[in-house]
Design a protein. Sequence first.
Length: 496
Amino acid sequence: MQAMQQVLRPAGSVDSYPVDVFQVQTKEELICALEHLRRTKKRFIPIGAQRSFGQHFVPVEGAVGLDVSSLERNVEVLEEGEDGSLWVRAGAGIRFIDLRQQFPEHRVLHPPTTDTITLGGAFAACVHNMSGYFASGIRAFELVLPTGEEVFCSAEVEGVGAELFSIVPGAMGALGVVCSFELLLQPVARDTTWHVHSLYAGPVMADEFYRAVESGFESEKFAEGCGAFMYGNRGWGAVVADEQLPLGSPRQGGQAPLTDDKLDQQAFAQGIANRFPRVAEWIVRKSYSMGAKRWAPWYGAQFFQRGYDRAFDVCSRSGLKYGLARAFGVDGRLPIMHQAWFFPREQLRNFMKTYFEVLDQFPDIESRAEQQDLVLLQPCAYPAHSMGQTSFDLAVVTSSFTIPGSARKLRPQIEEFYRRVSAFSLEKVPGTRVSLCKQVHADSHVLKAMHAPWIELIGGWKKRLDPEDLLCSRHLEDLFGSEGVPEQSIVGDDAL
């Protein structure tokens, strides 16, 4: 097999990594590649669409990449329900935008906010939206282990396939490569419209802010989800909730930002907001004053970050507008520091208090705070999710600081801010865990203390399924350490 050198760059990153990469497009090619890597004792990591903000797809020193972004890119209808729903078999290299093009009157359950992510990548990270978990719409998948062995995983089978069905979502690709999924698509009319309600607008630490977040989450009216945008240090925030309207209902208000199909304009606007973060706050303040209501097409509302992935191409164009933007420091890579924390819902006020107390110690970085997001989630059924399997509701806060041009000098301060939030949360906010889906900035002992259950669970399965420890990324190395999976991590028998 012949490897080609590629330069990998995580989303929003100013760092790049030249890596030798093998490309596979079919399950047979994948198995052949794995055999070659085992024979040559070469460590590797699967590489999808490269939309991760962290080092999930960056190989460790001396390892290679295995490009699975085009793996089994086909879709087959398996069965149709009486309500028009479909069960389909979709290859792991299929993107959400591909599903829309093939099934314009169906939707995926709980996708991420951008549609260029592959199904395989979304599943590996156990992504969620404001109303649930993507993995909840999957009833089976085909997994190829690092040894080349194939395992059909489903709750309906017996043995290791049933166990792995619940373990693989959130395992960050540590246990093998998923080739295809049996995926539920729900019927939705092309012209289905959502209303985006502003339930609250004002200071983020006010009691009314928290009550709006809680009531929006609990309301059946807002089954599509509820979340909050927060700006600055204890600054202004908005709580918004999505309502799907009956067909033919009149639209109210203007169209919600970032929900139309003018993706080039969205990409350019996101470039401007990355350079001048207060622009994002200005747009949200203008759009979501207290009690405001805006409409959005369902697809644009679900995937409101579609323009993000196009920013580099758009902002690199020739022309006066784009040249002026670059002259004022707009960087199409949208350089950003981006981290999230999960914790029990009951700890929401405690976490926010701790977060802002730490931010008080870093006054220089507040001007680069693009946005802080808050979402509440139902209990999680997946043991390898960042929060693990829970019987209680969750909260997740995501923090974003932009670092284009001269602002890059603040990167060490922002990293230290994230590390301190993680450390203080471990001490003061019971149950907090750094999200494994974003960038991870935490001292090693803090990260390993937070994720000891994940390390033990996935480490044990990894010893069983990847006994030569060939599959590893820089992200996994941060969790397991450069010495590899801990010896005490044992799950079941050594052999399948």
